[in-house]
Design a binder for this molecule. Structure first.
Ligand code: TNX
Length: 428
């Protein structure tokens, strides 16, 4: 039993005293039990993550928590957020701030979309021009930027202290214009730096051995600086790659990714391949009602021994505007996307044939074509990210978030989070 400093002002009814922590192996992974008694507060968990989540819950209960018992554990093991640092570069401090933001909501994975047509954001020793040239651009100009290996390791370590695993993505074979500008031999034709917001116009040269030497080297360096179990290989919107080339590329790139010892993840289009490494994870980004063949491609990962992360775009793409007249954000994905849209959906109802056990979890991406600062990112994320986090954590059918948001607001205010005051919530 480790006595801790008092974390909350123990108000009426509960005597001031140390919060005690105990472990109990019978509590589910990442779960906890909070005993709020007149004599003090006790946190019981099977491990450190559960105790951390108990503290997040205590923070939401405010300065005068009621007496009682809370038993809580997550529904899904993978509870994620994604940040696109390629369209607009976000400095290290901004990423650390977002790690803090998502940890408050008991999310445990941060997927970093590190490369796209507009910029390459991660240092690779064997290919220095990726960041020197490919890192110097972003949407709308303004210079871009990139993370050194030391920066990236700092993000990884900071996240780990908050029980957040970093999931790095190198998007291929489309979304690769910045890499091709840096190393023209990687492309199928000459490329110019790109600072607009179109998608789907670039492709790696699929038939060249040097392309796979590049993929192997980049993934090997990335795996070496990533303690977490996942590497994300992208694979979305490769409209310029022929079907035959796409299948060839996915087979070879996924094999090279798996050879690093990591579990590879791909956007659901990679499920077009029937030659995926065993256990490869698919990330579904089509709508809550699939437009085929997205559902079929998603089931392909399960057939090949893998699981699925759900990111239904019309529910959890938090770069989509709240309303038509919102000052920033995109408008596709059946948008606008309201807070109830982000909340009122059930993971097992999306892809027919996908069982609860096939679902690794849920992730809310934020793409940054129209978002240049962490404050803008936060205002798109909050409060909708709380809705997605509850879908990932709470049992099927959990409801009542709107009434509980004012309690979260107090925490967000205390931390200076730039949440958006959506109408219909009793904001203080
Ligand atoms: C789709 S769906 C994308 C991104 C865009 C985003 C904008 C998917 C995996 N890719 O390239 O940034 O829409 O909302």
């Amino acid at each position: 039993m480790i006595p801790l400093p008092v974390l909350v002002d123990l108000g009426d009814g509960i005597a001031a005293g140390p919060i005690t922590r105990t472990t109990d192996a019978s509590i589910p992974p990442e779960g906890y039990r909070l005993d709020l008694e007149p004599t003090g507060i006790r946190i019981t968990s099977s491990g450190a993550a559960g105790a951390f989540y108990a503290e997040q819950t205590l923070g939401q209960l405010g300065e005068h928590p009621p007496t009682g018992v809370i038993e809580d554990h997550p529904r899904f093991a993978y509870r994620g957020a994604m940040l696109d640092v390629a369209r607009h570069f976000l400095p290290v401090e901004a990423v650390l701030r977002y790690v803090d933001d998502i940890a408050l909501l008991k999310l445990n994975h941060l997927h970093l979309h590190l490369t796209d047509d507009q910029g390459w954001r991660i240092e690779i020793d064997a290919y220095p021009e990726l960041t020197r040239i490919g890192g110097a651009t972003q949407v709308g100009g303004g210079g871009g930027g990139y993370y050194t290996k030391a920066d990236y390791r700092r993000i990884v370590a900071y996240a780990a202290e908050r029980f957040v695993t970093i999931v790095p993505e190198i998007d291929m074979p489309g979304h690769t214009n910045a890499a091709i500008v840096a190393y023209p031999e990687l492309g199928d034709e000459p490329a110019e730096p790109y600072e607009g917001i179109e998608v789907g116009f670039s492709t790696l040269a699929i038939g060249e051995d040097s392309t796979y030497e590049f993929v192997r080297t980049v993934l090997t360096e990335l795996a070496a600086m990533t303690p977490g179990p996942y590497l994300h290989l992208g694979g979305d919107e490769s409209f310029k790659t022929s079907d035959q080339d796409f299948l060839l590329f996915v087979r070879r790139a996924a094999e090279l990714g798996a050879a690093t010892g990591k579990t590879v993840i791909g956007w659901h289009e990679m499920g077009r391949s029937s030659e995926l490494p065993a256990g490869m994870v698919g990330q579904y980004w089509d709508y809550a009602v699939p437009r085929e063949p997205a559902g079929e491609h998603t089931l392909s990962f399960v057939r090949q021994g893998g699981k699925v992360i759900l990111s239904p775009a019309d529910r959890v793409y938090l770069d989509i505007r709240y309303t038509e007249d919102h000052p920033y954000g995109l408008v596709w994905a059946d948008g606008p996307t309201t807070l109830p849209d982000a909340y009122d959906w059930e993971p097992t109802d999306i892809v027919p044939g996908l069982a609860e056990a096939d679902i690794l979890g849920v992730e809310a991406p934020i793409w940054t074509e129209t978002l240049a600062t962490i404050e803008q990112v936060e205002s798109m994320a909050f409060p909708r990210l709380a809705a997605v986090a509850e879908r990932a954590w709470s049992p099927r059918g959990a409801s009542g978030l709107l009434e509980r948001l004012p309690a979260l607001q107090a925490v967000w205010d205390a931390r200076g989070i730039a949440y958006h005051r959506v109408p219909g919530v009793g904001w203080a």
